[in-house]
Design a protein around this ligand. Structure first.
Ligand code: ZN
Ligand code: ZN
Length: 371
C-alpha cells in the first residue's frame, strides 16, 4: 500500500459566490473507505464552465458546501475500500473521474444506459422533476467533492480507465467536454459522409466535436468567427468554414454548403437560443438537432409545423454514460482527437475562474496538482 498522507491540499469554496481558497483538508483513511470506494492520488484536472456555475451557486439546486469542485480529473488509484467485490479497476491504475461520479446501476435509467440523466433529474432539475428513480447518484464537484484536490474519493464501478498511450493532461477534458460532444455525435443518427453543423467549432467543446465528427467520417460545417478559429477548424479537418460575423444569411450559407439541401444534423453546444432556432431552419428533412448547450432560462423556439413537416428530431444529449466515456477516451488514445489546452496550477483556480468569467480563456485549462 503506498504512503497516504493524513491531509492534502484542495481548492475549497466555503460559501457559494466567495473566492476559492487552497486549504489543508483530511484525506479519507483506508479504513474509512466504504466497499466500492477508491482513493485517487490526483495527477491533473480540467476546469469546466460548469465548475464556475457550481462555485457561484448559479443553478436552482445548489451544490454542497463547503465544496471542492471539479469533474475532469485523472489520478492513480492508491487504495480500494476493503470488501469491494468485483472491482473492474485495481490499485496503481490510472483512471478518470467524470461529472457522474457514481450511480446506483440498477434503476430504470441506469439499466437503460442513461445514468447521467438520472443524475440530471436527481440534482439539477429536482425541483422540476421530483419523480426520480435513483437515490444514489453522486455528481463530482456538486453533490460530492470533486477533483480540485490532491486526493479524491471515487467509485470503482464508475471511474474511466485511462489507456497507457494517453497522457493524463490530454485525457482530462475528454472526460467532460469530449464525452459530451462524442455522445451527441454518436446519437445524431447520421451516416459517414453526411453533413453535420458545429456552431462554436473553434471553442472548447467545438474543437473536440470537429475532431470526433471527422473520426466518425462525417462532413463538417464549422461555424465560428475570426482568422485564428478558422485556421484551427481547417487544420482539424472541417470541410467547410462559415464566419458568422461575416455571413449576411447564415441559414442560407449553411444550406448552400450542402448543395441547397441542408445538413443532416446540428450539434448545438452554444448557450444562446439563436443557435437552436437557426438549426430548425437549416436542417434537411429527417435531420437531427442535437441539443447540448445549456442556455440558463431560454426556451427552444421551434415551429411545430417545421418540425412535423420536415420530420425533424430534437434530441437532448447530456454528458454521457460509462460506455460513452470509455469510447471517447479510446478514440483520444488512438491519437485521432487532441484537446487544445493550457496548463496551470491548482492554486491558480481562482484566477482561472476570473478569466473564465471574463471570457478570456481559449481552449481548455488543465490544472496540475501543485500549489
Ligand atoms: Zn463539465
Ligand atoms: Zn440509478
Amino acid at each position: 500500500m503506498p504512503q497516504i498522507p493524513k491531509t492534502h491540499k484542495a481548492a475549497v469554496v466555503g460559501e457559494l459566490g466567495q473566492d476559492v481558497q487552497i486549504k489543508d483538508v483530511p484525506v479519507k483513511a483506508f479504513e474509512d473507505l466504504a466497499p466500492g470506494e477508491c482513493l485517487l492520488k490526483m495527477i491533473c484536472t480540467g476546469v469546466c464552465h460548469t465548475d464556475l456555475h457550481a462555485a457561484m451557486g448559479d443553478w436552482p439546486v445548489k451544490p454542497k458546501t463547503p465544496l471542492i469542485g471539479g469533474h475532469e480529473g485523472v489520478g492513480e488509484i492508491v487504495a480500494i475500500g476493503k470488501d469491494t467485490a468485483d472491482s473492474p479497476v485495481k490499485v496503481g491504475q490510472r483512471v478518470g473521474v467524470k461529472w457522474i461520479a457514481s450511480s446506483c446501476l440498477h434503476c430504470e435509467q441506469c439499466r437503460k444506459g442513461r445514468e447521467q440523466s438520472e443524475g440530471l433529474s436527481r440534482s439539477v432539475l429536482t425541483l422540476l422533476m421530483p419523480q426520480v428513480d435513483c437515490e444514489d447518484v453522486k455528481i463530482s464537484g456538486y453533490t460530492v467533492d470533486g477533483t480540485f484536490a490532491q486526493y479524491v474519493v471515487s467509485w470503482v464501478q464508475s471511474v474511466t480507465p485511462i489507456p497507457d498511450t494517453l497522457e493524463s493532461e490530454a485525457a482530462a477534458s475528454i472526460l467532460c467536454a469530449g464525452l459530451t460532444v462524442y455522445r451527441a455525435l454518436k446519437y445524431s443518427e447520421t451516416n459517414p459522409s453526411e453533413w453535420i453543423v458545429i456552431p462554436g467549432a473553434g471553442g472548447g467543446l467545438g474543437h473536440l466535436a470537429v475532431q470526433y465528427a471527422k473520426y466518425l467520417g462525417r462532413r463538417v460545417i464549422a461555424i465560428d468567427s475570426g482568422d485564428e478559429k478558422e485556421k484551427l477548424c481547417r487544420e482539424l479537418g472541417a470541410d467547410h468554414w462559415i464566419d458568422f460575423s461575416k455571413s449576411k444569411d447564415l441559414v442560407g450559407d449553411i444550406k448552400a454548403a450542402t448543395g441547397g439541401k441542408g445538413p443532416h444534423a446540428a450539434l448545438v453546444t452554444t448557450a444562446s437560443p439563436s443557435g437552436y432556432t437557426q438549426a430548425v431552419a437549416y436542417l434537411r428533412p429527417g435531420g437531427h438537432l442535437m441539443a447540448v448547450g445549456l442556455p440558463a432560462e431560454a426556451k427552444l423556439d421551434a415551429g411545430i409545423f417545421d418540425v412535423v413537416y420536415n420530420s425533424l428530431t430534437i434530441h437532448g444529449s447530456y454528458v454521457g454514460n460509462r460506455q460513452d466515456a470509455m469510447e471517447a477516451i479510446e478514440i483520444a488514445a488512438s491519437g485521432a482527437v487532441k484537446c487544445h489546452y493550457a496548463t496551470r496550477k491548482l492554486s491558480d483556480v481562482e484566477q482561472v475562474y476570473k478569466d473564465m468569467g471574463e471570457g478570456k480563456i481559449a481552449g481548455r485549462i488543465v490544472l496540475t496538482m501543485e500549489v
